[in-house]
Structure formats: C-alpha cells, structure tokens
Design a binder for this molecule. Structure first.
Ligand code: PTJ
Length: 263
C-alpha cells in the first residue's frame, strides 16, 4: 500500500519517487539494498540541486551519440532502474535501436521475471538476460552480475548501465566495451571507470538522452563520432565536482535559512 503524501508537501516529487522504490521492494523486484542505494543517490542529488547540470547535459548528448553509433547497443536494467524509469528505458531503447537486458547484482529468478514483465508491460518486445539466456560470463567478475546474455551484453559494443557497481564497469571496459554509466555519485568507482558518466538522476537522464537521440538521429556519422569520441570523462567529472563546490560556496555565502510562516 502506497503512503499518502499531501499534494502541498514541499518535497512531494521526491517522496513519490521514494514510494515507487518501496512499492517495487514490496512487489519483490527491487533489492533491499536498492533502497539504501537510492538514499545515497538522493544525497548526491541534493548537492547538484536536483536538476540536470551543464556537464550532465554534455554527457547525455555524448552518450546519445555513442548509442546511435553503436552496432550492438544494450541497455542493462536492474531493480532500481525498473522501478524508477521503466517506460523511459523502453523508449530510449527503441529510439537508439538498443536491446534491453535484465542484469542483477542480487540475482534471483523471481526478480528477473518480474523486471522482464515490467519492461514488456511498458512496450518492450524482447527482454534478454532472463533464466538460461544469461549463459555467457563476463571474465574476472565474481558477482552474479557476471552472468549475461550471449546475444546481449556479452556481444555488445556499447552498454548503458544505470546505477551500476564498479566491478562490472571495470570488467566491461577490460572487454573493450564503451560503458555509459548513470550515477549521481561522481566519486564512485563506476563513475570513474566508465567511458561516459552521466551524473544525473536516472529519472532526468533517460528522457534527456532520448531527446538528444531524436535530435541527432540521421546526422552524419563523423559528427556523431566527434561528439562521442571528443568526450573526456575525467574532465567532465572534474567539472561536476567544481559545479558542486561552487554551488555549496554560493549557498554558504548567502545563507540557507528557511523563512517559516508565522504561527
Ligand atoms: O537490482 P540489483 O540486484 O542489480 O541491485 C541494484 C543496486 C542499486 C542495489 C546495486 O547495483 C548496488 O548496490 O549499487 P551501488 O553500488 O549502491 O551503486 C548505486 C549507485 O547509483 C550509487 O552511486 C548511487 O549514488 C547511484 N544512484 C542511486 N539512485 C540513483 C543513482 N544514480 C542515478 N539516479 C538515481 N535515481
């Protein structure tokens, strides 16, 4: 049962998003650890002002170009992503011609099936990575994330990994793949190991990427290559850190006291 949140609550949107995860946990497709991961994400979202920053926009554009250029793009879906942006995942996959694959850190057959069903309900024609389909192995990886579809992540040249763990990002990079991460924490190992890291909330990042993909579709390949290849992840992450630093300095300078209505 979803908690009732007053329409006038100043943090209504954020609380509604939280409810989606709690509901996903109750339904059995969000991992308990996913609730903790969401709290960490919320904290970093506060630091960037809960809006897409200029460096994130640049990363979203480069990521859209990389997905359009890819020969075998795959979007990896875990419990949190399925709870927060199921329709957006399917829409982006359709726009860039990517496959969708369920890939879980805390893997269970029940969660795989539930997430695949959610994606199908949101318009996915095919969902990889369920049951025996996840029969290929990412070398040098020991978590359940190592099991992938031979037709999906294993064969992919570009993989989008929203809310990923660092180990798999590094392993996918070692396999020579372009890894696009969506992670609100610019300091995580995932963020630092990915080819393109989008430091933005998945709820904003996916629609932005789909919009850029629509815009860039049909542009010459060398223009897309310049956009994707010219992206410097380390420089972009440093810009994010500077953005947060400047923002906190500015807030500290002008004060953050809440004006309370008189009783
Ligand atoms: O569904 P499973 O079994 O695959 O498990 C999923 C989780 C998220 C539990 C698993 O991948 C995990 O433990 O992830 P981590 O290592 O906690 O990393 C999650 C990262 O996502 C953290 O750096 C968070 O800051 C970030 N994050 C959390 N919520 C969001 C987010 N990034 C973007 N948008 C969010 N809404």
């Amino acid at each position: 049962m979803e908690a009732w949140i007053p329409p006038s609550h100043p943090r209504r949107e954020s609380l509604l998003v939280r409810e989606r995860l709690v509901e996903g946990f109750r339904e059995g497709f969000v991992a308990m650890q996913g609730l903790i991961a969401h709290g960490r994400g919320e904290c970093f979202d506060y630091l960037i002002g809960e809006q897409t920053t200029p460096p994130a926009l640049e990363a979203e554009r480069a990521a859209a170009a990389a997905l359009l250029l890819a020969e075998r793009p795959v979007i990896s879906v875990n419990g949190n992503a399925a709870a927060l942006a199921p329709r957006e995942l399917v829409e982006l996959a359709k726009t860039v011609g990517a496959k969708l694959e369920v890939n879980l850190f805390y893997r269970s057959r029940e969660r795989e099936l539930l997430i695949a069903e959610i994606l199908r309900r949101n318009g996915a024609a095919e969902v990889l990575g369920v049951g025996d389909d996840a029969s290929c192995t990412i070398p040098e990886l020991f978590s359940e994330r190592r099991r992938v579809s031979c037709r999906g992540i294993y064969a992919a040249d570009v993989v989008l990994v929203p809310l990923e763990d660092g180990d798999r990002t590094e392993a996918l990079r070692r396999m020579g793949k372009t890894v696009i991460a969506v992670d609100l924490n610019p300091l995580s190992r995932t963020s630092r190991a990915a080819t393109i890291t989008i430091v933005d909330n998945i709820t904003r990042a996916l629609p932005n990427m789909a919009k850029f993909a629509e815009e860039l579709k049909g542009r010459p390949r060398d223009e897309l290559s310049a956009l994707a290849g010219g992206f410097d992840n380390d420089r972009n992450l440093r810009e994010v850190l500077r953005y947060i630093g400047r923002r906190l300095e500015e807030l500290a300078g002008r004060g953050i006291r809440l004006e309370l209505p008189k009783a």
